[in-house]
Design a protein around this ligand. Structure first.
Ligand code: VGL
Ligand code: ZN
Length: 206
């Protein structure tokens, strides 16, 4: 199918990294199965942006740095934080983009979670909701008003990126069939409801 290129739009591909795919440290079930369609989706956009979870090994979101159970919660200065298995350690194979992902088209890679003291789910802000990644400024300078999001994981990094994008005034669309969820507790349903309520449009690409 040929479709018109989406103008004033960017495709933001969240965290399609080995550690979020089968065999990875924080594997999202069937994470890699969305990649081929994500590559197809890229053909419809002039602007493609990738994000890459990129943690130092002493990162405060790792359970191993707290002597705590994985998936338990701790209170940080910026609020509640889930403790994850060690994942996406900068420079490691797990932090690399999955080999099937076409990375040729993308002009900007946003790395996030680099500060050992603050986790960063969103492509826009760290979890303190204040420290910017610079992505907003990039999009404004490029006169991009519509954001289409996909990638891993739907209920964490895609969700927080979509909410922040919407709050910043962008039109936000999520290609839900180009995502997969971690689904901790009821996180997938909660994310869907909050996105609907915020006016984020959930679409299917295929
Ligand atoms: C993510 C948990 C921890 C994600 C990243 O990409 O959704 N989730 N770090
Ligand atoms: Zn992470």
């Amino acid at each position: 199918m040929t479709r018109n290129k989406k103008i004033n739009s960017a495709l933001i591909i969240i965290d399609v990294q080995n550690d979020f795919c089968t065999g990875g440290a924080l594997a999202v079930k069937d994470g890699e199965t969305i990649i081929e369609s994500i590559n197809t989706a890229q053909e419809e956009f002039d602007t493609v942006i990738l994000t890459q979870d990129w943690h130092p090994k002493e990162h405060s979101s790792f359970a191993s740095n707290h002597n705590a159970e994985v998936y338990s919660n701790v209170e940080m200065e910026y609020g509640s934080q889930i403790l994850w298995p060690n994942h996406c350690i900068k420079g490691s194979v797990g932090a690399n983009f999955h080999r099937n992902l076409n990375t040729d088209k993308c002009a900007l890679i946003i790395r996030k979670g680099c500060n050992p003291k603050i986790d960063s789910y969103s492509a826009f802000f760290e979890n303190d909701k204040n420290t910017t990644t610079g992505l907003e400024g990039y999009l404004i300078k490029k006169e991009i008003t519509q954001l289409y999001m996909c990638g891993l994981a739907f209920d964490y990094c895609v969700f927080y990126s979509a909410l922040d994008g919407k709050n910043l005034g962008f039109d936000v669309f999520v290609f839900q069939d180009l995502t997969k969820s971690i689904d901790l507790g009821n996180s997938k349903n909660i994310a869907e409801k909050k996105m609907h309520k915020a006016g984020i449009k959930l679409l299917n690409f295929m």
